[in-house]
Ligand binder design. Structure first.
Ligand code: AMP
Ligand code: FE
Ligand code: FE
Ligand code: ZN
Length: 280
């Protein structure tokens, strides 16, 4: 492959908390000149097939992925599963259960908000989520619509962030469980946006647990972080990935294509998959 080929391996769609349809993501990535695009919704693989069909039309590769939410030391840690068998019925059933738990959790958050005199309806939150994995960004949107806040960011700061009284954690899957699920469904596990956590504390246990890669390139990382995570990746022989983590503007800016990951990193993921599972 030529060096001039790029991919963006981390994008959300309406099947979790992104604003774009899967086809729109693929079209935009194609327009921006990318060779491959990773659909990586939170706890969902439901957008992948539609993206792949669009990708076949437009001649751009679609890389299946899922961003699993796990709890580690009581904090949310996101682990990406790349190239996993997204059609497997057991995986789909597992994710369906996770999504049901997300709805129960949204109801509890709304209950907590109501105790503070803040009234939003679960029905509206589910409409905003459009049948995708329901999350706090959808609750934030409802708070915005009802005029309780003037931005999504403010909703997280005032009402639904970690340290707010209305906060409720998600279904607790441990990183070990997430790594096992990703392995069972022939995927490659990658720690998402390491900057989001107390990185020094979690990366080494995750490496011991067998995580295979690290998202070195992410819009939240500075050049310093890129270098730092790159060195860790090299030292511990981890695969390197990167992506825009685009939510289609829900997190303030439309970032699709902000990260241009050289295509060779995708080939490394594929090669790892071939080695581990003797197929592709
Ligand atoms: P949840 O999975 O329901 O806990 O929601 C987490 C998601 O909310 C993350 O994946 C981000 O997309 C989004 N998010 C987290 N913190 C913020 C923030 N401060 N402002 C806007 N979006 C956020
Ligand atoms: Fe998100
Ligand atoms: Fe994430
Ligand atoms: Zn993400």
């Amino acid at each position: 492959m030529e060096n001039s080929q790029y991919c963006d391996l981390h994008i959300h769609t309406i099947f979790s908390d992104g604003l774009y349809q899967p086809e729109e993501v693929v079209r935009k990535a194609k327009e921006l000149g990318f060779s491959a695009v990773g659909i990586a919704d939170h706890d969902s693989v439901d957008g992948i097939e539609r993206a792949i069909i669009e990708g076949e039309k437009l001649k751009i590769e679609v890389i299946p992925a899922c961003e699993f939410s796990c709890l580690m030391e009581n904090k949310d840690v996101h682990i990406l599963g790349y190239l996993l068998d997204y059609k497997n019925q057991s995986l789909i059933s597992f994710l369906k259960r996770v999504q049901e738990k997300r709805i129960e959790r949204a109801e509890r958050i709304i209950g907590n908000l109501s105790k503070q005199g803040i009234k939003i309806e679960i029905k509206r939150v589910l409409e905003i989520a459009k049948n995708g994995a329901v999350g706090r960004p959808h609750i934030a949107q409802a708070l915005l619509e009802e005029g309780y806040v003037s931005s999504i960011e403010e909703a997280f700061m005032k009402f639904i962030g970690y340290h707010c009284p209305a906060y409720v954690p998600k279904m607790e899957i441990s990183p070990n469980e997430a790594l096992k699920i990703i392995r069972d469904f022939k995927g490659i596990s990658v720690l998402a946006h390491p900057i989001s956590y107390d990185f020094e504390k979690i990366i080494f246990p995750l490496i011991k647990m067998g995580i295979l890669g690290i998202e070195v390139y992410h819009p939240d990382h500075t050049e310093y972080h890129n270098q730092y995570f790159l060195e860790i990746a090299k030292k511990y022989n981890l695969l390197i990935t990167g992506g825009s983590d685009c939510h289609g503007g829900r997190k303030g800016k439309i970032s699709i294509g902000e990260i241009k990951l050289p295509y060779s990193y995708l080939e490394n993921l594929r090669e790892k998959k071939r080695q581990l599972f003797l197929d592709i």
